[in-house]
Design a protein around this ligand. Structure first.
Ligand SMILES: Cc1cc2nc3c(=O)[nH]c(=O)nc-3n(C[C@H](O)[C@H](O)[C@H](O)COP(=O)(O)O)c2cc1C
Length: 314
């Protein structure tokens, strides 16, 4: 008898030397240090979890209010508050690794040397990979972000790749740069194992009645559904420009959003704001993704990678 049962879609995702059980990754900044939401979303069921940005010393973050809904999304200015790398390695990482989750450390600093030192420290830790957040202000250049200068971003990548030893180093790109494909090429040539994008989009929310900015930091970063078309476009341009795997994010709420990023050329995806709306959302998206692929008779997600067609092409 012929078995007519539909094949279970293969969601295994290879990103260089890393193999993830599925392409859904909890993005940095919304999943704490990986265990805060474990009751709703066990970290080991995801492809990976990326911890909130880690600096050499603890950072206090910005004054409140730190987040506000706007334009169908969220604008936040948390200010990268974190416990510092020493406390991360001592307190936060061991219980998270004990869950068998694949763990990425999002790395933040104010100078190239900070990234190099953090990479050296994390090289000897149980984290599975590093993700450099290059949207941080570079104090040596008057606070301009590292990501706004492709050559500087390449130097920063190089500075982290060697000391990181065998750990893959991902580089997370900001959304608004003159030439995102050039930035992707520069960090890929400098040794990035994957390129993740996009970080939040610079934004300002104003209360007309009080004539004041709503956030304590004045400006913040927009995330969620309003940034998805921009994120898809930047993902597409980067995937066209480099062979390095792309990890796309920005406004993913549903399984179809994940498929759209894969069609644009991403190998995996990250989810941030949706987790703040519903911490179970990555698992819902995972179930819906399996259902969607089965219904569309797609046996592996990888077969859709970069398969985007123009509106009028056959
Ligand atoms: C509250 C909040 C905190 C964030 N913190 C970080 C962070 O520490 N490091 C980082 O690289 N990105 C951080 N991000 C950016 C997200 O990881 C992600 O790039 C962005 O929100 C776009 O994805 P989304 O539309 O799914 O939210 C943060 C986002 C939010 C909403």
């Amino acid at each position: 008898m012929i078995d007519s049962k539909p094949q279970t879609p293969d969601l295994t995702t290879r990103l260089g030397s890393l193999t993830l059980k599925n392409p859904l990754i909890a993005a940095s900044g919304v999943f704490g240090y990986g265990l805060e939401l474990a009751e709703f979303c066990p970290p080991a069921q995801l492809g990976a979890v990326i911890c909130k940005g880690i600096s050499l010393e603890p950072w206090p973050g910005n004054p409140g209010p730190r987040a506000v809904e706007a334009a169908g999304g969220l604008v936040n200015a948390i200010g990268l508050e974190n416990m510092g790398v020493e406390a991360f390695l001592r307190q936060a990482l061991p219980p998270l690794k004990a869950t068998q989750a694949v763990v990425g450390a999002n790395v933040i600093g104010h100078e190239l040397a900070d990234y190099a030192r953090l990479a050296r420290i994390l090289a000897d830790s149980p984290v599975d990979f590093l993700e450099l957040n290059i949207s941080c202000p570079n104090l040596a250049q008057g606070g301009l972000s590292f990501g706004s200068d492709p050559d500087l971003a390449a130097r920063l990548t190089e500075a982290a790749v060697n000391p990181a030893g065998p750990k893959p180093v991902w580089v997370k790109l900001p959304p608004l740069v003159t030439d995102i494909a050039l930035l992707a090429k520069k960090v890929a040539n400098a040794g990035a194992a994957a390129i993740s994008l996009i970080n939040t989009v610079p934004a300002l929310v104003i209360n007309a009645r009080t004539q004041r900015a709503v956030l304590g930091n004045l400006t913040g970063g927009l995330s969620g559904p309003p940034i998805k078309p921009l994120a898809l476009r930047q993902t597409f341009l980067c995937a066209q420009a480099v062979k390095t795997p792309i990890v796309g994010m920005g406004g993913i709420l549903r399984a179809e959003d994940v498929v759209e990023f894969i069609l644009a050329g991403a190998t995996a995806t990250q989810i941030a704001t949706a987790i703040l709306v519903d911490p179970r959302s990555p698992l819902t998206i995972l179930t819906d993704l399996r259902t969607w692929l089965t219904r569309e008779k797609v046996v592996s997600l990888a077969s859709l990678r970069g398969a985007l067609k123009g509106a009028n092409n056959p």
